[in-house]
Write a protein that binds this ligand. Sequence first.
Ligand code: NAI
Length: 475
Amino acid sequence: MAKNFDVVVIGAGPGGYIAAIRAAQLGFSVACIDEWKNDKGGPAPGGTCTNVGCIPSKALLQSSEHFEHAGHAFAEHGIDIQSMQLNLPQMLKRKNTVVKQNNDGILYLFKKNKVTFFHGRAAFAKAAGVTYEVLVSGATPETLVATHVVIATGSNARALPGTPFDEQRILSNTGALAMDAVPEKLGVIGAGVIGLEMGSVWRRLGAEVTILEALPAFLGAVDEQIAKEAHKLFLKQGLAIHLGVRIGSITAGEGGVDVAYVDDKGAAQTAHFDRLIVSIGRVPNTTGLAADAVGLKLDERGFITVDDDCRTNLPNVWAVGDVVRGPMLAHKAEEEGVAVAERIAGQHGHVNFNTVPWVIYTAPEIAWVGRNEQQLKADGVAYKAGVFPFLANGRARALGDTSGMVKVLADAKSDEILGVHIVGPMASELISEAVVAMEFRASSEDIARICHAHPSLSEATKEAALAVEKRALNF
Ligand code: NAI
């Protein structure tokens, strides 16, 4: 017998599970459907972020950073380690435990908020008047009837044409998080967020990592000064990064992977790797959704077409997160999920795309919000810049991590903060202050006049704000 719900959410990644919880908080009867399976075949809600993205990568980034510190940085702190070795199975086991804790946490939140969870794949069956029939093909097939449907089916790794992922030699983010041995030579195609994060993990664990990037500029979306500094630091750490390459044939076999490419000088090159990570972006996932059955419109790149408020072409059908336009970030998906639930309730859900922060979890971390210098120049905006290096920050010196800087960009006339860009320790945490400031349309002087704890890394943000008016106190 069909089960009726006010809201059916398809996908339990950050966009979907948060939309489901918010809708339940607002008093709706809510179902959430997700097909992800753990290694025992049980439900593993949380999507790419929880299972093969944000969460496991941060677990491995932390573990590999500890390993690197123990090997290289502890001696300076007066900690001598006689013998040290990598226990990769334990490192991967810990990562899997962290993932499971997050899966279980979401199932607990569903129970707490009275969201009914269905484990299986969802597909539209038909539109019936103002409601939709959604089929769940799991262990127990179900038919759900929904007044509102929220699609949050996420994205999949994009493969190079003719080179499918086998997750043994040719790895997507999934295989990159689960290698059972440290490869001697690891190739990475794409110097984006995943390439740099995964390249860093395996380099720290002992792999010789080579990253091949198509674009001539390193991290083209990042403020040039910050990208330049990060590039310098990554090269110093031992990542080999080749920019402006054109990938040719890729041959994978028992002995490894051979990659032919043309370098930035037009010379033909070949490289041999034990394994190859392909991280060249992601594609929206609408597989099996039966969009045609109800006439759901997709654009030419496969994204579900939505308006600014995440409404699809169908009444009462919404879509959020990676499967629609905009940055493929878990926190952007969450914001859209909350806003859609509130719109269904007749409220005025709102997402400010201008204050969505970005973070790359390398060491040092890179984080930013708002526009960078090259964008301001292109937009013809007159601005002032204030930069403060962590080298002059007491807490960074005590931590032994003085690389990088904070940069504040403010409107030349009004002093409103237009962008904040950080490369340095804990940039992921420091950027929050800038997001709050920009959300409240603060001026650089506002940050400069706020009391910041001493000694703390956040003082670098205050000093960068002071530097906008050329009155930094410690530099
Ligand atoms: P990306 O878009 O960050 O980087 C892809 C890179 O591959 C680009 O630099 C691009 O120029 C390059 N590329 C594309 N085609 C190429 C080719 N044929 N040969 C060589 N290079 C090529 O994509 P990535 O790293 O795969 O990540 C996917 C998504 O996941 C991104 O949207 C990212 O925002 C998200 N993500 C976010 C994280 C975070 O917030 N910390 C962590 C990991 C992923």
